[in-house]
Design a protein around this ligand. Structure first.
Ligand code: FAD
Length: 115
């Protein structure tokens, strides 16, 4: 549990945010329409602009500027997001996650034959 219920610290905010973002990837259409692609790209940029940790935000916004979100398919987006998350992992000295496994972690589960 958390030491206190409020306000969230950088770690708790981060865990919650990554959970939301990877879950969005997991439910994003396999073959999105042009509008869905535009909307997701816009969402990721705006999410970055309003991210409530300023030093996290500055680096994330810069990362997005250099690495446009890939939104053509669900798998493209899932892997793009995994790579963006890895960028932060490296910055924090955490191990990189194997992005070929993003779907096991965030969509299908580890024991599912669909992986
Ligand atoms: P988290 O990194 O929160 O990950 C949660 C879970 O996701 C992990 O347990 C693992 O199962 C899975 N996972 C790990 N890596 C990946 C991946 N690459 N792809 C898919 N799944 C993965 N914190 C700072 O201190 N400084 C920062 O500058 C900073 N910038 C951030 C920017 C953004 C946009 C976000 C969303 C968060 C940022 N954070 C930052 C928070 C930081 O990324 C972590 O969320 C926080 O340190 C808690 O880490 P954690 O070890 O609980 O796991």
């Amino acid at each position: 549990g958390y030491a206190k219920d409020y306000p969230p610290d950088v770690s708790e905010l981060g865990r919650s945010s990554w959970t939301l973002l990877h879950s969005i990837a997991a439910t994003y259409p396999e073959n999105p329409s042009t509008k869905e692609q535009q909307d997701l790209k816009q969402f990721v940029k705006l999410f970055g602009n309003f991210y409530p940790c300023w030093f996290c935000r500055d680096d994330f916004v810069k990362y997005i500027d250099k690495n446009e979100p890939k939104v053509e398919t669900q798998d493209n987006f899932g892997k793009w997001l995994c790579e963006a998350h890895n960028e932060v992992n490296v910055k924090l000295g955490k191990p990189k996650f194997n992005c070929n496994l993003w779907k096991q972690r965030w969509k299908n589960g580890w024991d599912n034959d669909d992986n």
